[in-house]
Design a binder for this molecule. Structure first.
Ligand code: TXA
Ligand code: MG
Length: 315
């Protein structure tokens, strides 16, 4: 099994960069969740990402770049796209833009679409790696397709150790939820494709009212597949009390005192950071059902409820 490297010194970063430039994959930390990174300009590396994740078909990947200046080499930045990028980059915002014809990002990374998904991550280790590689890095969440996203290096390693040249461990992810994905239309309108680490309120303060992704339409984002983010156990949402065959995932004051709690103080930022790790912990006990306390829809609650709803769907 591959070693988990817990240093992020310049030698480690250089080694990880060499692995990536050779077309192999690296599990890398970001501020949202751990990513399964490959050279976005190398179609073979992209194909290995799809294979390692076991994605049912080729779904487009996010390409990570170090700066807005670099992002402009790959996507067409309308006034709306620029406003959002300037407000939230570096950070947990992914912009889906018209792809520039001269972008070096492999078409396979965009799944043959005419759009490209771009993100400038804020995590210092991700930034150091991007600097050293000097190429965009495609990186979906570092989990097997349909499983919970990893917020700890060891969770990524459980799923993917056999498929990567290195697991770069920088500790728990601060945010714990994936980036918000916003698509910009040719008419310069913004659509929230995936609620995520930036709240709708904060995005709308910059972009104005966001369109919602069409319901029931063909999924343009795997995060939109209803069975995404699934633990093995079935979930029962908005539960007030625990039934005898259930584990309980508490929030605020709702749930037994001895239950795992997303946030005892009802803090949604803390709840987001704990969501995937607590679901993994309960799932690992082998329990058949997990009851989850109600989470308010405000702020990060929208993204938390989105992930819970998808985890509960169709199981
Ligand atoms: O926080 C994150 O976004 C993490 C970290 C590693 O950066 N990455 C992540 O990637 O969550 P992934 O592949 O699990 O999710 C990427 C999302 C998917 O919902 C995908 O379909 C959507 O972005 N996406 C990518 N390119 C797209 C495109 N051209 N059009 C529409 N959606 C796109
Ligand atoms: Mg994912």
């Amino acid at each position: 099994m591959i070693a988990i490297v817990q240093r992020a010194d310049s030698v480690t970063i250089a080694t990880a960069a060499d692995i990536l430039l050779a077309g192999e994959l690296v599990v890398m930390p970001t501020e949202t969740v751990y990513g399964l990174a490959g050279d976005a300009t190398n179609p073979r590396a992209i194909a290995s990402i799809y294979a390692a994740k076991g994605r049912p078909r080729f779904n487009p990947l996010i390409s990570h770049v170090p700066s807005l200046a670099e992002a402009r080499r790959h996507g067409v930045f309308s006034p709306m796209a620029l406003r959002l990028a300037e407000a939230f980059w570096p950070g947990p915002l992914t912009l889906v833009l018209e792809r520039r014809a001269d972008s070096s990002i492999a078409e396979l990374a965009c799944a043959g679409l005419s759009s490209v998904a771009l993100r400038v991550p804020s995590h210092p280790v991700t930034q150091a790696l991007l600097d050293r590689v000097g190429r965009p890095l495609a990186a979906p969440s570092a989990n097997r397709s349909g499983r919970l996203s990893p917020t700890r290096a060891e969770h990524a390693a459980e799923d993917l150790a056999g498929a990567v040249g290195m697991v770069l461990d920088a500790g728990p992810c601060v945010v714990g939820l994936e980036s918000s994905v916003v698509a910009i239309s040719p008419g310069d309108e913004a659509t929230l494709l995936r609620p995520g680490a930036l709240t709708r309120e904060s995005l709308e303060a910059v972009a104005g009212p966001l369109h919602s992704a069409p319901d029931g339409a063909a999924p343009v984002a795997p995060g939109m597949l209803s069975s995404h983010y699934a633990p093995r156990a079935t979930l029962r949402l908005r539960a007030q009390t625990r039934e005898s065959d259930e584990a309980f995932l508490a929030f605020d004051s709702i749930g037994p005192d001895d239950a795992l709690n997303l946030s005892r103080s009802g803090d949604l930022v803390e709840a987001a950071a704990n969501l995937f790790v607590h679901l993994r912990t309960l799932d690992a006990t082998g329990v058949a059902r997990i009851a989850v306390a109600p989470i308010p829809e405000s702020g990060l609650g929208e993204a938390i409820n989105d992930r819970l709803f998808r985890a509960a769907a169709g199981r």
